[in-house]
Ligand binder design. Structure first.
Ligand code: CP
Ligand code: NVA
Length: 311
């Protein structure tokens, strides 16, 4: 088993299958203790900086609350308030913050900027979402699936919509745990080729599949889990109207859901745009677990931090 201590999480390709299961087990334990009102102060006296160059509700609050529950001090920094916003180099920001804190969480645009910061930082760096990946979301999603279905390997997850950061991280996460994933996006909006290659490469030890195509009905057939995300991600706002037209056949609604298994979990990383990628009635279905996913962000991230920087 690889030791997680001191590692970065820039994408789920940084971790191995054992690491993922170790995080999920730790998250389950910390969640149970939290619900009993017995948070363990595993990170007493430590500090974690959180840099946000894009808006956030869940990532910010789940990290901030979780870090406090672990006895550590969260320091939330908005890009515009940092010298970074006035042109200070991102690698210098990483070097400087490493002198003060024990880990750095970063939400930014380019994966390359995150990689540069991580290269320069001497403390673990965690991706809190980039244009390419959202690994903390995928960890919470795997935890949610495991809780609801009691297993991961062999299930079929249909991802319908944009081949974006959330889709990319689900692909890598799915490869680690042997979850089959069928992706349906409009033509031209498929996941990036380098992620498809990486995910397929990581699948080599499993007899499981990743398919990328354009027909939502085929992808949904007998799915155990149906996942969608916004059609317009942060930073793509200029394309909103065009995307609404292109993505309309990819809406997760009750008609299309009849192709999935009747007990299929419906998942969304949130924020949701009801009436676009998902209908209001579907979000209200008892099978929809999007708020459990949101809750599990906190438990999964607490586990991650405890394993990366705990003593
Ligand atoms: N799912 C997610 O990352 O939400 P926020 O953008 O609110 O952090
Ligand atoms: N794909 C979305 C996820 C938001 C949590 C975005 O990047 O805006």
């Amino acid at each position: 088993m690889m030791l997680l201590k001191g590692k970065d999480l820039l994408s789920l390709a940084d971790f191995g299958q054992d690491d993922i299961y170790q995080i999920l087990a730790k998250a389950t334990e910390l969640k149970r203790l939290h619900r009993l009102g017995k948070n363990v102060r595993l990170l007493e006296g430590k500090s974690v900086a959180l840099i946000f160059e894009k808006p956030s509700t869940r990532t910010r609050v789940s990290f901030e609350a979780g870090i406090s529950q672990l006895g550590a001090n969260p320091i939330v920094l908005h890009g515009r308030d940092l010298q970074l916003g006035r042109g200070e180099a991102i690698d210098d920001t990483g070097r400087v913050l490493s002198r003060y804190v024990d880990a750095i969480v970063v939400r930014t645009f380019k994966q390359g900027d995150l990689e540069n910061l991580a290269e320069a930082a001497s403390v673990p760096v965690i991706n809190g979402l980039t244009d390419d990946f959202h690994p903390c979301q995928a960890l919470a999603d795997l935890l949610t699936i495991l809780e609801k279905k009691d297993r991961l390997a062999g299930l079929k997850l249909a991802y319908i919509g944009d081949g974006n950061n959330v889709c990319h991280s689900l692909m890598l996460g799915a490869s680690h745990v042997g979850l089959n994933i069928s992706i349906a996006t409009p033509s031209g909006y498929e996941p990036k080729e380098f992620v498809i290659k990486k995910a397929k490469n990581m699948l080599r030890n499993f007899n499981h599949k990743i398919t990328v195509a354009n027909n939502p009905k085929e992808a949904l057939l007998k799915a155990d889990i149906v996942y969608t995300d916004v059609w317009t991600s942060m930073g793509q706002e200029a394309e909103t109207e065009e995307r609404k037209k292109i993505f309309a056949p990819y809406q997760v609604n009750s008609e299309i859901l009849s192709l999935a298994k009747p007990d299929a979990l419906i998942m969304h990383c949130l924020p949701a745009h009801r009436g676009e990628e998902i209908t209001d009635d579907v979000t209200k279905s008892p099978n929809c677990v999007m708020f459990d996913q949101a809750e599990n962000r906190m438990h999964a991230q607490k586990a991650l931090l405890a394993l990366l920087i705990g003593d």
